[in-house]
Design a protein around this ligand. Structure first.
Ligand code: SF4
Ligand code: SF4
Length: 69
């Protein structure tokens, strides 16, 4: 069951946070992943080869954009 991201729910769009006025990084998924399987570029990406499906990013995401399915 790989981690899936719902890009409609994720606030990180075009390289910045779209849910507030600061334009800084949404802290959550990237910081929660101890093995560095998530990156924020233009969009959030999950390296499925690195991911160990621990679920920490799901808990950390304030927008419920991540799931195991
Ligand atoms: S924590 Fe959630 S909303 Fe924030 S960048 Fe990660 S997936 Fe997107
Ligand atoms: S499930 Fe765990 S290992 Fe996989 S991307 Fe999320 S925090 Fe990282």
């Amino acid at each position: 069951m790989p981690i899936k991201i719902d890009y409609k729910k994720c606030c990180w769009k075009d390289g910045k946070c779209s849910s507030c006025c600061c334009g800084k990084a949404c802290t959550g998924c990237v910081e929660a992943c101890a093995i560095g399987a998530i990156t924020r570029g233009d969009v959030v990406k999950i390296d499925k080869d690195k991911c160990i499906e621990c679920g920490a990013c799901i808990i950390a995401c304030k927008h419920n954009a991540l799931s195991l399915s």
